[in-house]
Design a protein around this ligand. Sequence first.
Ligand code: GLY
Ligand code: MN
Ligand code: MN
Length: 455
Amino acid sequence: MFTDAAETLPKEPMSVPKSVYHERQQRFLSQLTHSDLVIITTPAEAVRSNDVTYPYRSSSDMLYLVGWADPEAALVFHHDGSRWISHLFVQPKDTLKEIWEGRREGTEGAKLGWSVDEATSIHELEEFLDSFLTKSSTVHVRTGISSDVDAIVISAIERRDRKRQHFGSGPVSLEDPSRRIAEMRLRKSPEEIDMMRFAAEVSSVAHELAMKASKDGISEYQLQAIIEGFFVYGGTSGWAYPSIVGCGENATILHYTVNESKCKGNEIILIDAGAEYKGYAADITRSWPINGKFSDAQKEIYEIVLDAQQQAIAACRVGNAYNKPHEVARTVLAEGLIRLGIINQTLEEALDLETGQLKHWYMHNTGHWLGLDVHDVGVYKPDGTPRLLEAGMVLTVEPGLYFGAWRPDVDCPERYANIGIRIEDDVLVTDGEPDVLTIRCPKTIADIEGIVGTL
Ligand code: GLY
Ligand code: MN
Ligand code: MN
């Protein structure tokens, strides 16, 4: 089942050249003053149970600036008077640990293969920071990621605070570097787009396989297994966020992740699942009847959501406000529900955020930035006004309608009971037409009816 599908995938992208990381580092550092010190931290490994840890995922800023993905690392930048020095602290070589846990690059490997000037054992980080913290005025560190680094910085600042009275030196302020890095991460480079496109392709094919395998009686977890199995088979590291696989009324629960029920009859199955490739997320949702034949009621809702999504994608253009797709989708959804008699308000009334009926059936945003984080970084409203879209930005477009008959807060129209439809694609803003990275994933009624159950 996987082999034929995998053959249709594009080739894996080339790894990102060191020069690209170097350019990113320089662009970030050019915003700082020479007396600053930057520490990019990574989270500690987290215990899952007893001596088993969760699969490790480094911090996205570390991946963005240098591409180092292993645990127990820190990236430090300091200025030596003539230039910025990048210094990566990593796990040192340790044969016994490597026999048990896997090979390590060590300091030599890090220096050779990564875009850094120096590489040193992580065990020397504290001493190193201690001496540099005394010379720095502003320390750029995101607290809350590494408690070890936080403790070192705080204790150095406390000691400096006491000595500053005598010597007049030492850090006087802390700044979060992720604010500046987020601004850079918001606009994707060609190398990043290649990786996102690959994650999107693998994810699209995974959804296609789940459609093919769908049939009365299949379980949510079996569809999850196909999707996530193909994420790995296709060459990604697995899911970018826990897969949402909900049939029947579970399709009306936005972030349902129990994935335990059996799918019956012509219930809608809603799958929101995306793979992660070299840290980059895809984020796709498709919804279809498990037996491959849309009922009239399902069709009515699906067509409204699809129309909303297509019009919202068309609004992903340079110069439009980031929330224009949301406004477009809301309008199309509200018009559709008024047409079906589900909303008995005027369009203007239906769209009112306080009293409009649209929010009973559509209660989330139409999208978010996508990148190294599935809900990627980047301020939506710098200075309080919506950011305008630029070429290179990637966002999701994911309108939906959810008629949970189980909900006590609304009277669900019986004809549409437990229909939950969300359609989500990943869109790259370009100087021309929006580029749908997930274009390969079937989504018209005809395409879906033609593919479901064909395995
Ligand atoms: N998968 C989470 C989301 O669509 O935002
Ligand atoms: Mn999603
Ligand atoms: Mn999403």
